[in-house]
Design a binder for this molecule. Structure first.
Ligand SMILES: [Zn+2]
Length: 633
């Protein structure tokens, strides 16, 4: 679908959350790090709906409370204390984090507040042991210039990161690990002035560059996360939460626009077809008997557990459930997501996609009779416990009624392919109230003045300096700046003799290509990358073998470069050993050498390189072949 974004009236606002590289967490002295081992401590809590002072209860939280959802928290002693467990009040605000946030604020010309007040923001999914997240505004009303565009920044805030979800068990138990809880995050929120997917990507990149310029932010997957607010005329305000892959941002925006446009179209057609919301009855049909002999494995499994098949009729919806909203994502998929969330079912079946999955045309015929469905009706059914099935189908009915109206407001989560899925209903407003355990922090003019004298180099200054100092072209320099590695780049240049172009190309193009090939580049530390270039510098490793070493290290965490080199057989050949190989290959190709003399060089070079790639410097190979050719011809 070709979309004219100028005409469309798309409005996007970004909230970027970046973990800070401080020595302690935001409200205690624990290490702001994640652990991989088994937890030393676990504790179980019941999820309870927390009320804001205005007494509003979030519907999703209340629903989960009714279901008796419990949270199993995991911790170890190095990364959590009684503060994270909500057994002890928070300590005063970490001033190292305040300083970094202030630096960011001043770089984008935001005005620091006189006093920082920590607030509580209701959190409803168990990701905070307290039931709220602590957050505080550090500065207001900044501005960024990105290309020709002026982007107002609404605020720069500090927040505590939430616990991370580890999985869901049977019996309504969700596992969270609280190592991440309390890691300081700086949040930058733009005004909703972004008008195209491409622009969203550029602005996010520019914000990332500013954050990294402080030299005090964490790196790697999961350390920066973006919330995206998207709306189009006649659509709805959709919040997409927690996108980690910056490169996906333009695509996520593009797909969301597609989804809303398609939902608007579907709504118009449903209305034209005379479909009305109150015609969709909450009438559930027990159709277990229809599937008594079924070959469908999912239904069979449910029936073996004595569960039932429950169906609902959607009048005049035939054909609409298979309508594509985004690539491989249909209106039926939206209904399935809702059913999964509210009904805890694995998925739904609907007549737009049947016969399939072992369900026969005869069974569908029976199903139509049992539900008294007319030709143009769609039927949705699930196989589960009576309670779950009913919750799931109620959610499907609600989603169907919303489809008549247009685009429902909701919070969505990104999928790896750039599409999104239903996460929760949008929480109501007024979810902030003051944190009474922490006194306000003054930001004096003096303090701000001192901070403004210590501001790091701005990205545009750095661009100019890198281009000049290292003789790189603008494009490569820009790529280095946009990547996470501009500091690493300069460190490597300082401590090795490798040419700046080689280092820059590796840190941008090569790493990107490796990631694309599915290599977990983040497993290789910056220290290891520096070691690799030191080895190249001393001639212990060839430039050509760098990728291979990175690939090996990514799969063997805790191992070092020497081990990579010996395991990959990349030990550099001595000149003597190399000469022997050249001798052999020239000897085996006498005929070519006799016929073509010096012109045989090209073929010989590729034969030798095939043999010694990664173990010899190509310049030396070339020299030895030429020497040999001169001797024999
Ligand atoms: Zn702690």
């Amino acid at each position: 679908m070709e979309i004219d974004y100028d005409k469309l009236g798309l409005k996007v606002g970004l909230e970027i959350h970046q973990q800070l590289d401080t020595s302690a967490k935001l409200f205690c002295k624990c290490k702001p790090e994640l652990f991989k081992e088994e937890p030393e401590i676990t504790f179980l809590r019941k999820l309870r709906p927390t009320q804001s002072e205005l007494g509003q209860i979030d519907p999703a939280a209340y629903f989960e409370f009714q279901k008796g959802v419990k949270i199993l928290y995991e911790a170890n002693k190095a990364t959590s204390c009684l503060v994270e467990m909500d057994e002890e009040p928070p300590h005063p605000l970490n001033m190292e984090a305040v300083e970094i946030a202030l630096t960011v604020a001043l770089m984008i010309k935001a005005k620091p507040v006189d006093e920082i007040h920590v607030m509580r923001k209701t959190v409803i999914d168990g990701s905070n042991t307290t039931g709220f997240q602590r957050t505080c505004v550090v500065a207001l009303n900044g501005v960024m210039k990105v290309g020709e565009k002026t982007v107002p920044i609404q605020h720069v805030s500090l927040e505590e990161d939430a616990a991370r979800k580890m999985g869901e068990e049977e019996d309504n138990i969700i596992r969270y690990r609280i190592d991440r809880l309390g890691i300081p995050l700086v949040e930058i929120a733009t005004a909703p002035v972004i008008n195209s997917p491409k622009e969203a990507g550029e602005i996010a990149l520019a914000i990332g560059t500013i954050l990294r310029a402080t030299g005090k932010v964490k790196r790697g997957l999961g350390t920066i996360r973006q919330d995206i607010n998207i709306s189009i005329p006649n659509g709805a305000l959709i919040e997409i939460k927690g996108l980690q892959e910056l490169e996906l941002l333009p695509l996520v925006v593009e797909y969301e626009v597609q989804r809303q446009l398609n939902l608007i179209k579907i709504s118009e057609e449903l209305k034209k077809g005379g479909v009305k919301g109150d015609e969709i009855n909450e009438e559930f049909f027990d159709v277990t008997d229809v599937f008594k002999q079924t070959k469908c494995k999912v239904i069979r499994k449910a029936l073996d557990k004595n569960q039932q098949v429950l169906a609902v009729r959607l009048p005049k919806f035939k054909g609409f459930l298979k309508r594509e909203l985004m690539p491989n994502f249909r209106l039926g998929t939206e209904m399935a997501d809702r059913a999964r969330f509210w009904g805890k079912v694995g998925g739904i079946f609907h007549t737009d996609e049947l016969p399939a999955y072992g369900i026969t045309a005869e069974e569908i015929e029976e199903l139509r009779k049992a539900t008294e469905a007319k030709e143009q009706d769609a039927i949705v059914f699930v196989a589960n416990t009576p309670e779950n099935s009913k919750d799931a189908l109620e959610a499907v009915i609600e989603r169907a009624r919303e489809a008549i109206k247009g685009v429902p407001e909701e919070t969505r989560a990104p999928n790896p392919d750039g599409t999104t899925r239903y996460m929760r209903p949008r929480p109501g407003a007024a979810r902030m109230y003051p944190e009474t355990d922490i006194p306000p922090t003054q930001i004096t003019e003096d303090y701000t003045k001192r901070a403004s004298l210590l501001l790091p180099e701005l990205p545009e200054q750095k661009l100019e300096r890198l281009t000049k100092d290292y003789g790189l072209n603008q494009k490569l320099t820009k790529q280095i700046l946009d990547s996470e590695y501009s500091e690493l780049f300069e460190t490597i240049i300082k401590e090795s003799e490798v040419s700046p172009i080689t280092v820059a190309a590796f840190l941008t193009e090569t790493l990107r290509a490796l990631k694309r090939d599915g290599i977990q580049v983040d497993n290789v530390s910056e220290k290891q990358i520096r070691e690799i270039f030191k080895h190249v510098s001393t001639g212990e490793l060839t430039k050509e073998a760098i990728s291979e070493v990175v690939g090996w290290l990514s799969k063997h965490e805790g191992k070092n470069i020497q081990e990579a080199i010996s395991n990959l057989g990349l030990k550099i050949l001595s000149e003597e050993d190399l000469m022997k190989i050249v001798d052999d290959i020239v000897g085996n190709n006498k005929k070519i050498v006799e016929e073509r003399g010096m012109e045989a060089f090209g073929s010989l070079m590729s034969l030798v390189m095939k043999e010694v790639r990664g173990r010899a410097n190509p310049a030396l190979v070339s020299e030895l072949i030429r020497k040999k050719l001169k001797q024999v011809s």
